[in-house]
Design a protein around this ligand. Sequence first.
Ligand SMILES: [Zn+2]
Length: 217
Amino acid sequence: MPAPIAIPGLDEFLNDQPFISIQPSNGNSLLLEGDFQFCAEHEGHPQINDTYNLQISIPQEFPRRVPTVSEIGGRIPRVNDFHVNGNGTLCLGSRIRLMARLQAEPTVHGFSKTCIVPYLYAMSLKLTHGQDFIFGELRHGIDGELDDYKELLGLKRNNQVVPALLCLLKKKRLANKMPCPCGCKKRLGKCDFNVAVRKFRNVLPKAWLREVVTGKR
Ligand SMILES: [Zn+2]
């Protein structure tokens, strides 16, 4: 188990969540478990105070890798409609969205605020008010991920996504010489699309991008 002190934002998170504690773990991740409390609201929807019994696994490579979260209290039905993955972890969003949020605030506290709370807020609205998942139906599987990358990068077709990710993996000077993934038939350096590439090049960790491109996790 890594020394807890090495994990950014852990103290702040544990201060905010007095009923969550560090659990013994024999793997390479830090295990946090207990009642996760939050209070949140979103325009046009009621304020919600709620609690879920969660298990949060913080990987050793955090924040270059996204934590996984499971609900162990049995409140969330383990079916696709409720955005729970086959292995019981919560489907908090596509990998690219979670990674972009995490890199914007790369701490446990930030992950909790930008990835866990919005999901649980939408879940509580769904469970207690029958409200459809308010942040849009999260997409599942590879096609869903590709759609998400496409949207975030501002591309039109799924088959442009991998070439765009390959541009992100190259150094700027080399990427600018590659054919632009947007379909403009220019070099990337001559197209406005390089603005999107520049934005994500500094946000998404290279090792992680490589895994996405090769399909290995
Ligand atoms: Zn272009």
